[in-house]
Design a protein around this ligand. Structure first.
Ligand code: ADP
Ligand code: MG
Length: 723
């Protein structure tokens, strides 16, 4: 039976309304919406009754909690629901755009409001209009008044709790308009009701209210409790959709692709483990076991390795790559920058220096591993030789940048891919390397390990990386001395800092100085780094060997600066954020971050992770101009735990930042919050896993499947549930 609505009547069918039905209902069906309003709403991305109903209030006003004008106190933010008694534009001299004086009354007392540069308020705030006013009262000439408060037109809506919708000045659509239209939409939908696409047992298990009830109560709740229950239900629907999409994508990927069954015991891996100069940490053991379980099965691995700076991810990456090499296949690791690729090449070559792989064609029956670097600066004969080796299989391990995914590169048999994303999420690049592997002779999907040094909170990981399995290296190798971090801002403290650093340098240790981040202009950033360098050479660090590293240097120059710092010949490295990731010089024990307020928590944590990598005690100085440390600096001073800091970051910045780094699925959370809805996200994850396992194409849940198609199809071309 076709349960779609025709454009003329909602009543033609008696089936409950699905989201698709609502999506197909035009706005002109709503009382009071004419062609002009349709256009205005379109500019707000509201195109259908569904869009209208999903325009949720941004806050609510509870009339019973309202202050009266008599209760106002100077400086205390208060909310009033009042009636406008008068409004008058007072021209001001000079360039200001006028001042509007408005008087409002709560029936007993009145209160003057003053608006600057908002001349349009005079017309907007007509006498008799009921408005919600939010602001701090201030004293002016001995009487209380408010200046530039937030004003919402609430109109003559009834009910105890008033929804306040996002208002748009430009389209002249007020919260009152939206409220009226939404009520009309809800009333028109009521006879048919809303289809509940979430399996009933799931709804019952978590005691969710029905979707229809939630739709009404999110807009016009009778009580705070009713609103909370509605939000909880609709937020769950959102996260369930996202999780079904992610878990479904993962399942499909695993179903449709044949991978390698790598051999995980053999003399190469055994030899590697035996030759390690230290025992593995518990977390490394656990993680390698998780990875080996994945790579030995024919289902391709797609796993995220999260590990704080210094937690020993490189070793895990190498152990993973050896699984491919041992079986005669190849492995590749892709880093986001050349400096990092160089760093990996050095680290990986030294870890594998003593290893031999059996080779029949060789007189001795074995040979050294062939490990090659491929970046843009590998050119000429060397490049030709590396490319040939990748194509004929004689290169065992390729280390490189995105140069690895250029068209001229082909592999003989690429069995393991490690993507070191650090904090640069490169989903597209990840899949291109995977595609390359599939083009190779074996035609099999490689096992993919994505490494990130930016710990992200668990719920965020479940969403941002929801289509990957996750391993966490949550333990640092033993013998590290914690980094002591201090905030430095007075001239005296700064002088003390340099004198401490000079002592350390004199004792043979090394230091980093990170120059201010200037996001707007690399040129300015380089100039400021140069200036810092010149100044330190002249003054605070005179007599020491100082090197300069920045993004505008040639690769060769960068490399020689780094080599000199690694060898200890350069004592201090003055750098822009190019050193943020991966650089590993255990003898470096001091880190100075200038203008630290310009950096985010994650960046500061990454930078700080460059020290504290050896046995020596390390210190990090966060230098700022201002007299107050920012909450970010306070967080860094208080903790060195990346996961704690990530939670803190999420709290301080909200999820926008995490969500915006990735593409699909994330923008679909309107009501749900990664911060608040940890429990809902976990439930949704569990439910999605269970549902997809039992019914990978959702054939038994056609309405839910159709809903996913509706919500995700325009962005996700290769959507999965098209059975
Ligand atoms: P990450 O890439 O996670 O920041 P690395 O892989 O660069 O960390 O490792 C940091 C340092 O710790 C390196 O010098 C490495 O040799 C050392 N290391 C790794 N694993 C161990 C271990 N189990 N015991 C002692 N040191 C280790
Ligand atoms: Mg590393």
């Amino acid at each position: 039976m076709d349960n779609r609505c025709t454009p003329t009547s909602l009543a033609l069918s008696s089936e409950p309304l699905t989201l698709r039905d609502l999506d197909q209902l035009g706005l002109e069906r709503i009382k009071g919406i004419g062609p002009k309003t349709v256009t205005a709403l379109e500019s707000l991305e509201i195109r259908s009754v569904l869009d209208l109903l999903e325009t949720y209030p941004r806050r609510y006003i509870d009339r019973t909690n309202m202050a009266t004008i008599a209760e106002l106190e100077e400086g205390v933010p208060s909310l009033l629901v009042v009636t406008v008694t008068s409004s008058k534009l007072i021209p001001t001299r000079g360039r200001g755009r006028g001042m509007v004086k408005v008087v409002v009354s709560d029936g007993r007392r009145s209160l003057p409001l003053t608006f600057f540069n908002q001349a349009w308020r005079e017309k907007q705030l007509q006498p008799g209009l009921e408005v919600a006013v939010f602001g701090k009262a201030d004293l002016y000439n001995g009487t209380l008044q408010m200046t530039n408060p937030v004003v919402d037109l609430v109109g003559n809506q009834t009910g105890r709790i008033l929804p306040i919708y996002p208002q748009s000045e430009k389209s002249r659509i007020t919260t009152k308009d939206l409220g009226t239209w939404i009520e009309d939409a809800l009333n028109k939908c009521a006879p048919r009701g809303f289809a509940d696409t979430v399996p009933a047992d799931l709804v019952a298990k978590h005691q969710f209210i029905a979707r229809g009830e939630a739709m009404r109560n999110i807009h016009v709740p009778d009580s705070a409790e009713a609103h909370a229950a509605a939000r909880r239900r609709l937020a769950f629907d959102e996260v369930l959709r996202v999780q079904l999409m992610l878990v479904g994508r993962k399942a499909q990927w695993e179903r449709d692709s044949a991978g390698f069954s790598h051999e995980i015991s053999g003399h190469l891996i055994d030899g590697f483990m035996k030759a390690l100069p230290f025992p593995l940490t518990g977390a490394q053991k656990r993680t390698i076991a998780e990875i080996y379980k994945d790579v030995s099965s024919a289902t391709p691995m797609h796993r995220l390795l999260q590990g704080d700076v210094g937690s020993g991810k490189t070793l895990v990456a190498v152990a993973t790559m050896l699984a491919a090499v041992q079986g005669g296949h190849q492995a590749a690791i892709m880093a986001p920058t050349e400096v990092l690729a160089d760093q990996h090449a050095i680290g990986i070559r030294s870890l594998l220096a003593s290893l031999k792989i059996s080779d029949e064609s060789n007189l001795f029956g074995d040979r050294q591993l062939r490990i090659e670097l491929l970046t843009n600066k590998v050119t000429g004969e060397q490049r030709k030789s590396v490319l040939a080796g990748l194509a004929d299989g004689s290169v065992d391990i390729a280390i490189g940048t995105h140069a690895l995914i250029q068209d001229s590169v082909s592999f003989h048999s690429l069995g393991v891919v490690v993507v070191d994303e650090q904090h640069r999420f490169g989903v597209e690049q990840r899949s291109r390397l995977r595609d390359k592997a599939q083009e190779s002779e074996a035609g099999l999907m490689p096992d993919v390990l994505v490494m990130t040094a930016t710990p992200i909170p668990r719920t965020a990981a479940m969403t941002v990386y929801g289509d990957l399995d996750v391993s966490v290296l949550d333990e640092l190798p033993p013998g590290r001395t914690p980094i002591s971090t201090s905030w430095v801002n007075t001239p005296v403290d700064i002088e003390t800092m340099w004198s401490n650093i000079r002592e350390r340098l004199a004792a043979g240790e090394q230091a980093y100085v990170v120059c201010p981040l200037i996001e707007e202009s690399e040129k300015l950033e380089v100039a400021s780094a140069q200036e810092t360098y010149d100044q330190l050479m002249e003054q605070d660090l005179r007599g020491f060997t100082v090197g300069l590293l920045h993004g505008r240097m040639s690769s060769a120059d960068k490399e020689s600066v780094m080599a000199s710092f690694r060898s200890g010949a350069t004592q201090v490295l003055v750098a822009t954020t190019v050193i943020e990731v991966g650089v590993d010089v255990p003898n470096a024990t001091s880190m100075v971050i200038l203008d630290a307020n310009r950096f985010g928590i994650a960046q500061l944590h990454q930078l700080r992770g460059r020290v504290g990598r050896g046995k020596l005690a390390s210190q990090c100085y966060l230098v700022t101009q201002s007299g107050e440390p920012s909450p970010r600096i306070e967080a860094l001073v208080a903790s060195t735990d990346g996961f704690v800091l990530a939670e803190e970051d999420l709290k301080l910045r909200g999820e926008g930042t995490i969500m915006s780094v990735n593409q699909k699925g994330q923008s679909d959370l309107t009501l749900a919050s990664l911060q608040r809805d940890l429990e809902l996200i976990q439930w949704a994850r569990d439910a999605a896993t269970e549902i997809i396992a039992a019914d990978p194409t959702l054939s038994s849940l056609p309405l839910l499947r159709d809903e996913l198609d509706l919500v995700f199809s325009d962005r996700d071309e290769e959507f999965l549930f098209k059975s």
